[in-house]
Write a protein that binds this ligand. Structure first.
Ligand code: NI
Length: 258
């Protein structure tokens, strides 16, 4: 099957960035009962969204949650359905502590390789696992690897999920130390950025955990506030993945293996 990397030409990227700012503004106005959203109202232009993929992981997710709680930061966790089923108490803790939970598929299978019926079935299965764990159906879907084709988009949209990509890729899933993760955030973050990190990778999430306090402190020092992805978003897609084109076989193997 032909690959369909979700990339936009430069002018449309600007447009989607503008739309994101509008969405953030609308969401912060519409949900002032949420403490982090109330905070975002004071400086809507400097909101940033932290996202953590591929968990929950019994070793690393609790560390991420401890740091977020200590720093009073909310984030969005794109969990895998089979892990939500295996570690429902972690899903409940993520939810209880005010974070958003998104659907990252049941298994970490690249959905471009699959037919529409299969995609729908596995998105539903992950929805059910998350809802069984914490009582809430996730709103956003993020495809494993950030890769999807127009048929996948239709299948996911049919199930009522907007698609959430990212705009800052920390590449933490293949990190061998913490500092490069921090440097990417310092270099690439802009108002409205959606930052991609991972709490669910056995081999590298330790470095995400090490980097996270520095990431948060840097962003706070530069006037950023933190929010979960907009609750009232009804468009098709947030963000654009930074990984462009077809991933190499090595990257696919590494990222699918966990
Ligand atoms: Ni992933």
């Amino acid at each position: 099957m032909r690959w369909f990397p979700i990339t936009l030409p430069a002018p449309r990227r600007w447009l989607s960035a503008l739309c994101l700012v509008c969405v953030v503004g609308a969401a912060s106005l519409g949900a002032s009962c949420h403490p982090m959203r109330a905070e975002a109202e004071t400086a809507p232009s400097k909101v940033v969204y932290l996202t953590f993929d591929d968990g929950p992981n019994p070793l690393w997710t609790p560390y991420v949650l401890d740091i977020l709680r200590r720093e009073h930061v909310q984030a969005t966790f794109f969990v895998l359905g089979f892990r939500a089923q295996k570690y429902p108490w972690l899903v409940r803790r993520i939810h209880r502590e005010g974070h958003e939970i998104g659907n990252h598929g049941y298994y970490h299978t690249y959905i471009v390789d699959q037919n529409q019926r299969w995609v729908e079935a596995q998105v539903r299965r992950a929805d059910a696992a998350i809802e069984a764990a914490c009582g809430v159906r996730p709103m956003y879907f993020r495809p494993p690897g950030g890769i999807l084709n127009p048929n996948n988009v239709r299948a996911v949209r049919k199930l009522g999920h907007p698609i959430a990509m990212w705009t800052v890729d920390t590449n933490d899933w293949r990190a061998t130390k913490a500092q490069p993760i921090v440097r990417v955030v310092e270099r690439d973050t802009r108002p409205g950025s959606i930052i991609l990190m991972h709490d669910g990778i056995d081999t590298s999430s330790r470095y995400t955990v090490q980097a996270l306090p520095q990431v948060i402190h840097y962003l706070k020092q530069h006037g950023y506030t933190f929010a979960i992805l907009p609750e009232h978003y009804r468009g098709t897609r947030l963000g654009v993945p930074t990984a462009q084109g077809r991933p190499t076989q090595a990257k696919r193997a590494a990222h699918s293996a966990h």
